[in-house]
Design a protein around this ligand. Structure first.
Ligand code: SF4
Length: 289
């Protein structure tokens, strides 16, 4: 397959066919993110995208899942998305799931009817990054969307019948805003009611904006104990009946997974055990993004 630069995908897309329909991230502003800093965002020519799918078809006899990369494939115009999804329907009839990243802005830019059409053409799930449910934290992190945008976007995705997977980041409020971050993230997720919630833990990579703020003393990273306390507070404010919750990313200190709200108390008990020192935390050197 032909890929431009490093290709990122959600952990659950590890075995998917990945085709880049955009290069980079349409926002590329978030203070904590290093993912697409080396790429200037652009939408690929749809002819090149279809050529990649043709190469994949000639290479793989069976493709059950397809992920449209890079960041924010949902920003593509409807004509391009229709061509891509119709090609998949025709040439990959065995494919059971087509997914992509979608920024809140891209979701909101699509009309309800357009999202309904994308669902009809096979778009099964959209991954979006909430990161924090607190407006100040989002602003500080230069995320160009508000909690209200996230809730409104989630509503449109649900109405279209497309599944929604949302990520949030433990520790993103730092020492000053940890409580607000935890409580508001729990509350906003409760309104978004995604099918899947993925909780990562903040890791500050070299040369992101946040690194400079840390050096200048303007942001204090939470220690592992504080992260556990914060995660507990977040879970306590989450009312997401039926959402599958996972905090088992390589960046997390403790792995949690369960179905909300059924397993909420079980996960809180696990956190309590970890807070009391009865569960071994992942060592720093083993953490990764
Ligand atoms: S966190 Fe997401 S939206 Fe923000 S810069 Fe990174 S990829 Fe783009």
């Amino acid at each position: 397959m032909r890929y431009e630069g490093i290709v990122y995908r959600p952990p659950s897309e590890a075995y998917s066919l990945i085709v880049q329909v955009t290069i980079g991230c349409s926002q590329n502003t978030c203070a904590f993110c290093s993912m697409y800093k080396d790429k200037k965002f652009r939408v690929r020519d749809v002819k090149d995208v279809i050529e990649d799918f043709a190469i994949a078809r000639a290479t793989y006899s069976s493709v059950s899942k397809i992920f449209l990369a890079d960041g924010d494939a949902l920003i593509c115009n409807m004509d391009d998305l229709k061509i891509i999804l119709e090609y998949i329907q025709e040439h990959f009839p065995e494919c059971k799931q087509v997914t992509c990243y979608g920024s809140p802005k891209s979701i909101l830019k699509k009309t309800q009817e357009e999202l309904n059409i994308l669902k009809m053409l096979g778009l099964s799930m959209v991954y979006t990054g909430l990161e924090s449910g607190n407006a100040k934290v989002l602003k500080d992190m230069e995320k160009t969307a508000s909690p209200e945008d996230m809730i409104q976007g989630a509503d449109k995705i649900h109405k279209a019948g497309i599944r929604l997977s949302v990520t949030a980041i433990s520790g993103l409020g730092g020492r000053d805003m940890w409580q607000e971050h935890a409580i508001d993230t729990g509350k906003v997720l409760s309104k978004m009611k995604p099918e899947y919630i993925g909780l990562l833990t903040l890791m500050v990579e070299p040369e992101v904006l946040l690194e400079q703020r840390i050096k200048e003393g303007r942001f204090q990273v939470l220690n592992p104990y504080d992260i556990l306390v914060e995660t507990k507070l977040m879970l306590l404010h989450m009312d997401c009946q039926g959402s599958i919750f996972r905090s088992n990313h390589a960046s997390n200190y403790v792995n949690l997974s369960g179905t909300l709200n059924r397993d909420k108390n079980k996960m809180i008990e696990e956190l309590d055990q970890a807070i009391q020192g009865n569960i071994h935390l992942k060592s720093e050197w083993m953490r990764a993004l």
